[in-house]
Design a protein around this ligand. Sequence first.
Ligand SMILES: Nc1nc2c(ncn2[C@@H]2O[C@H](COP(=O)(O)OP(=O)(O)OP(=O)(O)O)[C@@H](O)[C@H]2O)c(=O)[nH]1
Length: 442
Amino acid sequence: MATTPSALPPGGSLGRRLVLATLIFCILFTLVTAAIRSWSAWHNNLAVMTGELTLVDQVFQRTLSKAIWELDRESLQTQLESVAQTAPIGRVQLSILRPGRPPEVLVLQRRQQASGSTQRAPSLQRRLSYEPYPGASETVGELILEGDERLLWQRLVGEISSIIVTQIIQSLLLAGLIMWLFNHSVTVHVRHIARHLEELSPANLKRLLRLERSVARRDELSLLEGGVNDLQGKLSDYLEQQRRDERDLAAHRDRLAELVAERTAELRAANSRLEELSRNDPLTGLANRRHFDEVKEIEFRRALRRGQPLSMLMCDVDYFKLYNDTYGHALGDQCLQEVAATLRGVFGRAGELVARMGGEEFAVLLPGADIVQARQAAERLRQALRSRALAHAASQVAAHVTLSIGVAQLEPETMDRFDLLLQSADQALYRAKSLGRDRVAH
Ligand SMILES: Nc1nc2c(ncn2[C@@H]2O[C@H](COP(=O)(O)OP(=O)(O)OP(=O)(O)O)[C@@H](O)[C@H]2O)c(=O)[nH]1
């Protein structure tokens, strides 16, 4: 899981860890330095104390020697006490040597030494000589000066304390300086980069990373800044290209959809045109024979199922060959269209079907009509055509175009298929023709 700058884990700050590491290093460094400096201070103190003992010896040697020679005990005592009072002296021992006598030993000690403890303070042993007249030197005694060990330790402790205090102050200052420098030159910028990356989104990829520091500075942070900006630039270009590709793709898709819709509409139109052509007669617009054959079967079964009457008319234009011969084929076509319009005008109710069976022959299907109603409808047709008064100069039955109509009704007992009804209508038409045309027969 990514860690946001605002949610650093405890102790996760780089600066804090750096300070901790620096402090640990400084403490170790302080301990080692303090040990080395203490060892050095110990030896220095020994040397200093030895020097002090030598100085005391030089100061008191002549007067002590003289006091011994002159057997001036009072002076001797006073001087020994003075020596013992001198700062670096812990113990002073004076041996008075007299010929033929055992040495007399005088000891003065500032503090009682701990029993069994080894003497670490320096000591100085000197022979005391006196020269009563030039060229006659006599040994009168021996002086042993021992340094004050407590003083030695006090001096050492003082120095070590000062060493440790200065080392600690130095370490703290160093750690603080490192933290300030690191924070000022690294942490603050790293946090800035992390915040910048956190706020980054496809919408603001153009907003480049700008570290708040000298532009001229070239270091790892400026490399990182350049790298982030470079990456943003590449990402932005990539996203832009992706958006362009998506737009192109969408445009292609829309164009494709339009083309498909256009082609589908064209196909539908062609299909419906084909269907219309396959069902309609192109000259008159009436249903053609094929459509008639489809519908006749449906109506035949329905009439049988429901027990309802079904009738049909077969109509034929009289002397049409002569009409063509007289007026020409084109006007013959127009005549057929006029006849078709008349048929449409008479038989417009739901279920009624008018079809051109071929040439100048038309059929009318009348579901629900019995023979009487069918005859009446046929008469209405004849009257309607007569009303149109389409001139037919060559006709032998009238001055206008006429129809012969055969009528037949379905008889379920004898007609087990529609063609028998058609045959019956055809026969009726034949009878109408035979009986003189321009009439209805059944
Ligand atoms: N103009 C035109 N004539 C057609 C078309 N189809 C058929 N005919 C003509 O219709 C005529 C039919 O003639 P016939 O079958 O002899 O019948 P008719 O002359 O009407 O005589 P009857 O039916 O006995 O009264 C023929 O001359 C055909 O050429 C057409 O689509 N247009």
